[in-house]
Design a protein around this ligand. Sequence first.
Ligand code: AMP
Length: 229
Amino acid sequence: MKILFFGPNGSGKGTQGAIVKEKYGIPHIETGVIFRDNISRGTDLGKEAKGYIDRGELVPDSITIPMILNRLKEDDCKDGWLLDGFPRNLAQAEALDKALQEEGITLDIVIEMVLDRQIAKNRIMGRRLCVNDNNHPNNIYIDAIKPNGDKCRICGGDLKTRSDDQDEEAIDQRHNIYYDTETGTMAGVNYFKALSAKNNGVPRIIELDGRPGVKEVSAELLAKLDAQE
Ligand code: AMP
C-alpha cells in the first residue's frame, strides 16, 4: 500500500499517521524526521538543511526531492510506504508523480486531514504539557481535554508550554506554506485530487475532518480505509 498523508501542523497528523503505519505494517517516512536525524548526526545533508529548518523555510527541492525519491527505492519500501511531510509543494508533487510513473508504481491512497487554519493554530498554541507525564494530553482550546484550572486534568500536576508551540511567527510561516493553493502544500493536495478525478478514482482520496478528538478521528480514518479495501 502506497499512501500520502497531508495535514497542517496542529491537525494531529503525526498521531493518525502512526495508526496507518500500524494497520498496513509499512514504513512511515517523515521528511522532517529524516532531516532532524541528519542534523543530529552532523551529516553534510544535515548541515545544508539546518539553516532552512531553523528559519521555518522549506529545504530546497534540489535537496529534498532526490533525498525522498532515493529513500523510496530502499528495500523496506518494496511493499509500500506512508509518506508524511512530502510533497510539501506543487513542484514536489509533480516530481513524485513523474518518478512513480517512470517506475510503474501506483499510488493507492491520499489522505487529507482537513482543519481550518485558525483552529490548527489554536491547537498548537493551546497545548499544555504535564510535568509528570507527556502522555497526559491537555489543551486549553479543546473542551474534551481542557486542563483543570492551571493543573493537569488527569493527575493535577503542573503544566508547562513547549517554546516552539508559542512561537506565533514560526507557526504562521509553516501554515502559510501549507494553506497556499498556488504553489504550496494545498496545491500539491489538489494536484493529486485532479489526478484521481482524471484516473477513475486512483489514487483514492480520503478526506478526514480533523475537528473531533483523536479517538473519533482515528475511528473515521480506519472506517474509511476499511471501506476501500
Ligand atoms: P516537520 O517535522 O514536518 O514540521 O518538518 C520540519 C522542517 O523540515 C520543515 O519546517 C522544513 O524546513 C523541513 N521540511 C520537512 N519536509 C520538507 C519538504 N517536503 N520539503 C522541504 N522542506 C521540508
